[in-house]
Design a protein around this ligand. Sequence first.
Ligand code: ADP
Ligand code: MG
Length: 306
Amino acid sequence: MKNFCLIIFTVLLIAGCGTPTTCERTEILMGTVVTLKAEGLNAQAAVDESFARIAELEENIRVDVKKIEDAAGSGAFVKISPDVYQILETAQIYSELTDGAFDVTIGAAVELWGIGTDKARVPSEAELAAVKNFVGREHLHLRSDEAYLDKRGVKLNFGGVGKGYGVDVARKVFARHGVTSGLIDFGTSTIYAVGKKRIGIKKPDAPSELAAVVELENAALSTSGDYEKFLIVDNRRYPHIINPKTCAPVAGGLSSVSVVVEGSVENCATIADILSTAMFVVGKEQAETFIDAIELPAKIIFAENP
Ligand code: ADP
Ligand code: MG
């Protein structure tokens, strides 16, 4: 009987969420592998509620993006969820601060290249010239809880900001439940550590190895690189990150940029997600200058092909 109880207890423990003070679970959400780990008296509630909120966020994004794009050019602002409003507002602020390197209206260019999908291809010069007319943050207007795209054909893309916002959503739920230690991990692309955690940054040329180990303490880390989603044509690598000025993928060898933003900053993970993409666009030479000018408790880490 004693052994039987021990086995049951061990099985519950391995299954996760078996003890009241620790909980770990993985789900596929927002197109990525989301792993949540929490310690604290309400660990399970924190994890359950976070997953529910992330699923709700994903739905809010899907519904609101369609509404905004459908009304583009009609003259009518559309009412959107607070989640999507906050994402768009933060995206616009950091687009300006990064001199347009991040642009949430990049959608038409992302679709044209199709990198990371089975429709990936190098478009013609004419197509590239045409798509530039449908990218630009000046086309996106926000007021109270509404949004409007002033040109039909302009499309929103949350690939470089949605996951970061998802991390912030979970972070707030964790805080409300008094989680003392934990990890919010969106496919290693954006991560938040509650308490102190050591996080590995992958080597761009050998992603199974580590380029660096970062000690994160109540901070967000986001990485953008050219080694996970890319297209290769005629020996040239086209990563999924696009320079909004040219509407073409950022050139360069195997590399990644990671940005750490301290948890004292509201929406630190959203900002880290945006900045890692933007700093990949501006490149190593200019990135430090941008990060300094933004005046956040943030730092930048580069991993390059040796
Ligand atoms: P990951 O998806 O690995 O987190 P990023 O956060 O860097 O990588 O996001 C890249 C995604 O963001 C692309 O797949 C695309 O959907 C979108 N994107 C590409 N270029 C830009 C850009 N300049 N500004 C905003 N979003 C972009
Ligand atoms: Mg990201």
